[in-house]
Structures are given as C-alpha cells and as structure tokens.
Design a protein around this ligand. Structure first.
Ligand code: FAD
Length: 485
C-alpha cells in the first residue's frame, strides 16, 4: 500500500538499461513508480550503444566472411565478389533500435510505470523535480529515488567534433557514410568494434592510442594474439604512445599527433573522418546533487555495494544510484543488475553486488571476453593473501569445432588459486568468446573450484571444450602441487 505523503514510491531518473530494470522490477513488485527520460527511451545501449553497434557488427561480419576468399577456399567454396548496400546495413541497425526501444517502452507501460518526459533533478531529500519537454516544471514528493542517468562520450581537449567528419560512437552507429580513410582515436572495446566494422566494409583505418600499447585495457597475452589478427592482419595502421593533440573537422580532417610524454609535434595527418573513442564520462550535469550535499568522485556518483548513494562515506537515506553514472564496470548488464538489486534493497530484501563475476565482451571477429581478476590483480591478491597463483592456457587450435570452422586462432587463460582451487578469472580471445565466458562467470559467481569443474562433461564437439580443457589442466596442476607440498 503506497504512502499518501508521497506522489510515488519510487522515481527513477534515466531510462537506460539500469533505469529500465529498476522501474520494471519495482512496478512488478507492487510499487508506484515513475521514470523520467530526457532523450530516447532505452538510453545509450538501445539507441547509441550495444544494439546498433552489434547490428552493424553482424552485417559487416557477414561481408568480411564472404569476402575472405582464402578462408572460403579452405572449404572448397568460391563465392562471387561480395556486394553490399551501406544504407541497408544502416537501416538494419536503425530498425532494430526502433523495435527494441518500442518493446522496452511498452514493457514499462504494461508494468504500470508512469513515463515522464523531461529533465529530472534532485530537489533535496525525497523530492524530485522535472523540467518537462513543454517547459513546465514540476516537483514530486517521493519515498525513494534512483539516479540512473548513465554516461556520454568523452571528447578530450583539443579535439573538435562536428558530428559528420569528426564524431563519436553516438553518430558512428548511424553509418551515414563510409570514409575511405578513418582515424580511430582509442583502442578500447568501442574503438576495436568500429575498426572491425569499418575494415570489413573496405575502409582504411589508422588507430591512435595514447597509452604505451594498443588494447591497453586487455590482458597482455590476449592482446598479443588478438592484435595479430584484429589489427596487424587488417588494413589498420596502429600507433601507440601517441596523442591526437588537435583535430579540426573538415574535408580533409586535420590531425596533429604529438608525443605523449614530451608533447612534441610528431606528425600531421589528413584523413577523411575521425571517430573519437576515448572513453565515457558520467552524466550528472544538472542533477542538482548539491541540494543533498553529495559530492561526485571523478564525476561519478559514489555508491556502496547495495547501490546506496554515499555522502562522506555514509549512505544517504532513500537515495540510490545504478549504471554507468556510478562508474563500476560500465556495461549494460552491470547497469541492469544494479537496477534490480537497488530495488530488492528498497523492498527490504538485503542484497549486495558481486562485481567480480560480471563478464565483459568485445564483439570483434573473433570476440574477446573476460571475467574476474586480471593477471596483475590476481598476482597482487596472491602476494597479499600468501597463496600461489595458478595460470593455465587452453588453445582453440586443439579444439575440433574451431578446426572444423577453420577458425582455430584463439586462447583462453584461466587464473585460479593453487591453495583452494577457486577460479579467480578468465580471459578469452577466439570464436564466440563472448558466449564462452559465461560458464566461467557462473563459476566465479559460485566461487567454484577447478577440481569440481574439471569433472563436468561438455558436449563434443563444441567450443565449450576449450573451457573444459582449461579446467582439466588447472585441476591437474592443482593436484600435482598438492602432492608436492
Ligand atoms: C558504442 C557502444 C557500444 C556498447 N556496447 C555494449 C555491449 O555490447 N554490451 C554492454 O554490456 N554494454 C555496451 N555498451 C555500454 C552500455 O551502453 C552502457 O553501459 C549502458 O547503456 C549503461 O546503462 P545506464 O542505464 O547506466 O545508462 P544509459 O544507457 O546511458 O541511460 C541513461 C539515460 O538517462 C537519461 N538521462 C540522463 N540525465 C537525465 C536527466 N537529468 N533526466 C532525465 N533523463 C536523463 C539519458 O538520456 C539516458 O537515456 C556500449 C556503449 C557504447 C557507447
């Protein structure tokens, strides 16, 4: 039964994946819920992120496959030269976006969520303001508030965007044209995915990375094998330790490249287009967090593991935050999990999140995925807790299914504790790595041990046997080290 002192039990600010899951779960649990959205329903993932980028990757991946004469000849197949229509590929992405956005909006309406269109803000404790699209300003009294305002592309100083020749992923997902030569600034997962799309569709790519190696956020062993195929094996000129210090839009686009350390001008490039993929920043502007005294940390809203917003390390009553705006593993499924979990806590069912078991994937061809600790962090943990770190590698070239597909380039690295056998993490590069990681993520979530996992039978012939081999090797190593000590 809703409290008459309040207009709503819950107001969610932002209808991205985080806000959507929170609002839906709360309404289905009987709360009176409103969600405020200033742009398109569905947020980044549906409109400018996961959904359109994966549609482009699916289409361009097929072009790549059909154009790979050598690969096809391995099966004795000789296809006609591949033709594609850029506009139809773009339409595929746009139609999918419209479809998913529509479904998501209807789902919320069916669950009984009130959808408010406008810019939301905090107006002190248990109050939310909204500047509606028609200019009307309203204030609601509300029992609990969830901030789910997400993130926007980060454009470093010195880079000017015009949305046409110099743009971010927000515009790239529209695939409005195909530049002959495009520079991609940043070699994180967004830069890599778009490099995959552009090279498949015949564009030449220059990849600029400011850190001292390309793919700096990935496991070094995975980077070594993946970059050989995804970067060196394609029409990509990758440069690391180089800063794109100035970019002017136009025809051509002018780029100044400087040395990261000395800031000395190294080179000037003239390209047809630039995609700026240098990370994302939290969307907190105009949220009026000052009205409750909350200070952001590097722009992110500080939370604890139950999604309560923190002020000087202490939870602010009735205020929660989820998704990219909190800066934790900025992925759609993290946002959704946080959203559901915040509502569970609001409902008085205490739950906290386990970030260690949340997997991440890059949908290049082939894919890259990971879960749990990096090798560096696992080593630090081993040192701190005084255990030996186990590392095993399982190769796709020993997997029958990968060999049958003539796609045996791939590696899985498994990290585990040599004292208890607990799985600490995994890093995979290879065919369907994004699907394969889920099995390890479940094991990490249940804190399972390699000895138990090694006994689980996997279907033959499937790629999942790459994981089975890793578990078996780890179990063997563990038993050997236990008998030695
Ligand atoms: C190109 C690209 C590809 C990606 N691919 C993947 C992928 O494959 N898998 C994956 O897991 N993740 C992917 N992501 C990341 C994923 O999109 C984000 O992690 C996810 O969208 C975060 O969800 P969120 O709900 O926190 O925020 P968002 O999706 O950013 O939604 C926040 C919403 O809040 C609204 N808003 C902001 N301020 C206000 C306000 N004051 N009032 C009202 N509304 C407001 C915004 O308009 C927005 O709609 C990708 C991102 C990009 C850019």
């Amino acid at each position: 039964m809703s409290d008459a002192r309040f207009d709503f039990d819950l107001i969610v600010i932002g209808a991205g994946y985080g806000g959507f899951d929170a609002a839906k779960h709360a309404a289905e649990s009987g709360l009176k819920v409103a969600i405020i959205e200033s742009r398109e329903m569905g947020g980044t993932c549906v409109n400018r992120g996961c959904v359109p980028s994966k549609a482009l990757l699916a289409a361009s991946g097929k072009v790549r496959e059909l154009a790979d004469k050598e690969h096809l000849a391995g099966f004795g197949i000789h296809a006609a030269p591949v033709r594609f229509e850029r506009q139809k590929i773009a339409d595929h992405a746009n139609n999918l976006v419209a479809n998913i956005r529509n479904n998501l909006t209807k789902t919320l309406e069916r669950a009984g969520v009130t959808i408010l269109r406008g810019i939301g803000r905090i107006e002190g404790s248990q109050k939310v303001g909204i500047r509606e699209s028609n200019g009307v300003d309203r204030i609601f009294r509300v029992k609990d508030v969830i901030i789910a305002t997400g993130s926007d592309p980060f454009v470093p100083p010195g880079i000017e965007t015009d949305g046409r020749t110099v743009f971010t992923s927000d515009e790239a997902v529209n695939l409005e044209w195909l530049p002959r030569w495009i520079a991609i600034i940043g070699s994180g997962y967004i830069g890599l995915e778009f490099a995959d799309v552009y090279t498949a569709l015949g564009c030449e790519v220059t990849m600029i990375e400011a850190l001292d190696r390309v793919m700096p956020t990935f496991d070094p062993d995975i980077t070594k094998i993946a970059s050989r195929h995804l970067i060196d094996g394609r029409d990509i000129d990758a440069r690391s330790g180089v800063l794109a210090s100035k970019i002017h839009p136009g025809c051509p686009v002018k780029i100044e490249l400087s040395d990261v350390k000395t800031r000395e001008l190294l080179e000037e490039l003239e390209v047809d287009a630039v995609l700026v993929a240098t990370g994302r920043i939290p969307a907190t502007k105009g949220l009026n967090l000052d009205s409750i005294g909350v200070k952001t940390e590097r722009g992110f809203v500080p939370i604890d593991d139950t999604m309560r917003v923190l002020l000087d390390g202490q939870p602010v009553p009735h205020l929660w935050a989820v998704g990219d705006v909190t800066g934790k593993l900025m992925l759609a499924h993290t946002a959704a999990a946080q959203g559901t979990l915040a509502v569970e806590n609001i409902l008085g069912k205490p739950r906290s999140i386990d970030y260690r078991s949340i997997p991440a994937a890059t949908f290049t061809h082939p894919e890259i995925s990971s879960v749990g600790y990096s090798e560096l962090d696992a080593k630090a943990l081993a040192e701190k807790e005084g255990f030996e770190l186990g590392i095993v590698r399982s190769y796709f070239k020993a997997n029958s299914k990968a060999l049958a597909e003539l796609e045996s380039d791939g590696l899985m690295k498994l990290l585990f504790r040599k004292d208890t056998g607990e799985v600490l993490g995994a890093h995979i590069y290879g065919l369907h790595a994004a699907d394969l990681i889920q099995e390890v993520a479940n094991a990490v979530s249940r804190r399972q041990k390699v000895i138990d996992l090694a006994g689980e039978v996997h279907t033959h012939p499937t790629l999942s046997e790459v994981v089975e081999v890793a578990y078996k090797q780890a179990s063997h190593q563990l038993q050997k080290s236990l008998t030695e000590h």
